[in-house]
Design a protein around this ligand. Structure first.
Ligand code: PRX
Length: 656
């Protein structure tokens, strides 16, 4: 089991100004939210959202189908923009954007859009969509770099009731085509390129390729696409297909800035976001209008404890759910200033993020453990060069954060004064589910702590029965919540099978978890990443956490290899900190270290040193590939999302 270690109580300064000021207040509100969910959700739906027609019924639930706020009408873009125009927020920065090429200069490529300006851009682009035949319910693919047009396009879709599906800019032409086909999209919005680590990512070229790809019967996958809108970002020359391709900036000059928001029903589909599952085919996770917006709005307000003067920065790409909920919808619905940065954290040097924080006075910073571990590897001298005193709150998301990374984040970035919110959630959940509330929840490094209001998580065994405290099990959510997924686009059967049959009547998260004696949740990782070694359940994340707590290790990934004696053997891939050289004694040292941290049962059978680990562009380690390498097999399957393919070749050839 993971060490519980220290407890960090909320500091008085944070508590005094916070929305929720104490653990007792959290517990009281939490109890009310689950004892009388209709009353709780009904009240917050009215206080947090602006309705065009009041809803009639809070919830109708017949597992797995939920209907929230039936009878109500609202519009997401009106909640994120129009609502602020009659207030002092109108002329506040909604988006602060920095392009990657700005480099080291004090004044680089920057854009600031106030709420009023963003509203105007969104209305204009909504009219461009309409001009090209996009109507309520149509699907639109957004394949853009991290530029303001990405947020504008998303909001413009919501304004007219079109369903957007953002495809991460690091995905291949094939992925774009597959997604177009799956949701039968009518339009693609892309750009002539985006900047990443000094190079240009040729997005338009990928779109051109995707539009001619065919399936096994020779049929075009992207048959439904008749328009491609192209943002000029890099001035990189691109092919232009007459009649099909149009420039964003030219189109914006042909339409009116008047575009009333369309009345959408609470349950109208809002967006589709594809995510990987246990099979090779990505699932189109479907979110709905009112419930999703309520989840994103409320969690942004309470988890980040947003205040009027904050400059809030979530480093996620809009291609992921974190970018949807916590770069665009949640912060804007709260009238916050959301910062967007186009490029890599180490361009032109490994201090780019710290430079940005100092430059704009960022007060809330939300990033992923994988990034934190990279920063640790790059060394403390980079953050030390900058004034990070504007920070008051730090966040973590996407994977379990190992206590060593948590402590580094706390001390080196947060100067020991910023609370850390380790937020657990998923593409499917739409918004944060398990999280500390700053000012209220004592934190324990490595634990996402306690459930958000209205959320009822439980750790259960294979029969769906709650397990005793401290025992490992499956994480399920017992009650419906507003921002829950409404389905997998076009595949109700898969929706039911994936999430609702494992534990009857409950939502199955796919994660392994345990709850400690204080009721704190410790996410172990995906169930499919949990290994069974000699009858003992061992979380790969747990072993990884132990390894990275060794002073020589920068990053580690653990996979299982079939073993005649123990069922599965533990194979470990390790990257070392800069300046550390692998030596024969180190393997033994690491084995002993893991045995010390977790127990002899978790001792790795095989340790391989690697220069880097294969990761998706979003920073997730591709364990499926590592498993193949560990088993000595050929690398099969889709590698199109890999950050750096050469990593794989090196791993394949490294000695065991
Ligand atoms: O395993 C959990 C892990 O990320 C999964 C969800 O991934 P995705 O849908 O890509 O969404 C990522 C951003 C919300 C979860 O099933 N995960 C996410 N946050 C945490 C986490 N694991 C541990 N701690 C977290 N804070």
């Amino acid at each position: 089991m993971q060490q519980e270690g220290r407890v960090f109580p909320p500091d008085r300064k944070t508590s005094s100004g916070a929305h929720i000021k104490s653990l007792a207040q959290y517990r009281k509100l939490y109890r009310e939210s689950i004892e009388n969910p209709d009353k709780f959700w009904g009240k917050v739906a009215n206080t947090e959202l602006v309705w065009m027609k009041p809803w009639k019924k809070v919830l109708t639930f017949k597992a797995p189908h939920a209907k929230w706020f039936a009878g109500g009408h609202l519009n997401v873009s009106a909640n994120c923009l129009d609502k602020h125009l009659a207030t002092g927020t109108a002329n506040k920065a909604a988006l602060i954007w920095e392009g990657e090429p700005a480099g080291l200069g004090a004044v680089g490529e920057e854009r600031v859009l106030t709420y009023r300006q963003l509203h105007r851009e969104v209305c204009l682009f909504a009219n461009v969509l309409k001009k090209h035949g996009i109507v309520k319910g149509d699907r639109v693919i957004i394949y853009l770099p991290m530029i303001p047009e990405a947020a504008i396009a998303m909001l413009a879709c919501t304004r007219i009731g079109a369903i957007h599906s953002v495809v991460f800019g690091g995905f291949s032409a094939q992925s774009v085509a597959d997604r177009i086909f799956d949701c039968q999209a009518k339009m693609v919005i892309t750009s002539d390129g985006g900047f990443r680590r000094g190079a240009i990512v040729p997005l338009k070229k990928s779109v051109d390729e995707s539009l001619v790809l065919v399936d096994s019967t020779g049929k075009l996958l992207a048959q439904t696409i008749n328009k491609v809108v192209v943002v000029r970002r890099t001035a990189n020359p691109v092919h232009f297909e007459p009649g099909r391709d149009v420039w964003w900036h030219e189109e914006m000059n042909t339409v009116s800035p008047e575009c009333p928001p369309v009345k959408m029903e609470s349950e109208s589909p809002l967006f589709i976001l594809y995510t990987s599952g246990s099979t090779g085919k990505p699932k189109g996770i479907l979110h709905s209008t009112a419930g999703y917006l309520l989840g994103a709005t409320m969690t942004s307000k309470y988890v980040f404890d947003l205040r009027e003067t904050d400059v809030y920065w979530c480093t996620a790409d809009i291609g992921w759910v974190t970018g949807h909920s916590y770069v665009v919808y949640g912060p804007l619905a709260n009238g916050a200033t959301s910062l967007m940065y186009e490029g890599a954290p180490n361009f032109p040097e490994p201090d780019r993020f710290w430079r940005i924080i100092a430059k704009y006075g960022v007060s809330i910073f939300y990033t992923a453990p994988t990034a934190i571990r990279a920063f640790m590897k790059w060394g403390n001298e980079w953050p030390k060069k900058h004034d990070l005193s504007s920070l008051r709150l730090l966040g973590s998301v996407g994977e379990p954060i190992n206590p060593e990374a948590w402590m580094w984040y706390h001390e080196v970035i947060g100067g020991k004064r910023c609370p850390i919110v380790d937020t657990w959630w998923q593409t499917e959940t739409g918004s944060i589910m398990i999280t500390p509330l700053p000012g209220a929840t004592p934190t324990k490094p490595g634990s996402a702590t306690l459930p958000f209001f209205g959320i009822v998580p439980e750790v259960v065994d294979d029969h769906g029965k709650p397990v005793p405290k401290n025992a490992g099990g499956k994480l399920v959510i017992r009650k419906p919540w507003p921002s829950m997924l409404r389905g997998i686009w076009g595949d109700t059967k898969r929706f039911k099978e994936t999430y609702w049959t494992e534990v009857k009547g409950s939502y199955f998260t796919g994660d392994g978890c345990r709850q400690d004696k204080d009721g704190y949740f410790w996410i172990v990782g995906r169930i499919d990443d949990v290994l069974n070694v000699a009858g003992h359940r061992i979380g790969t994340a747990e072993v990884e956490s132990a390894l990275v707590s060794h002073p020589s290790v920068a990053e580690a990934a653990v996979v299982g290899r079939p073993d005649a004696l123990k069922g599965q053997a533990l194979v470990v891939f390790v990257t070392l900190k800069m300046g550390v050289i692998a030596h024969p004694g180190l393997r033994d040292e690491l084995r002993k270290h893991v045995a010390k941290e977790i127990g002899p049962v978790a001792k790795p059978d095989d340790i391989r040193f690697a220069e880097a680990l294969p990761k998706t562009r979003s920073g997730k380690i591709m364990r499926r590939l590592l498993k193949q390498v560990a088993c000595g097999g050929e690398i099969k399957g889709d590698t199109t999302t890999l950050e750096d393919l050469s990593v794989l070749e090196k791993l394949g050839s490294s000695e065991g």
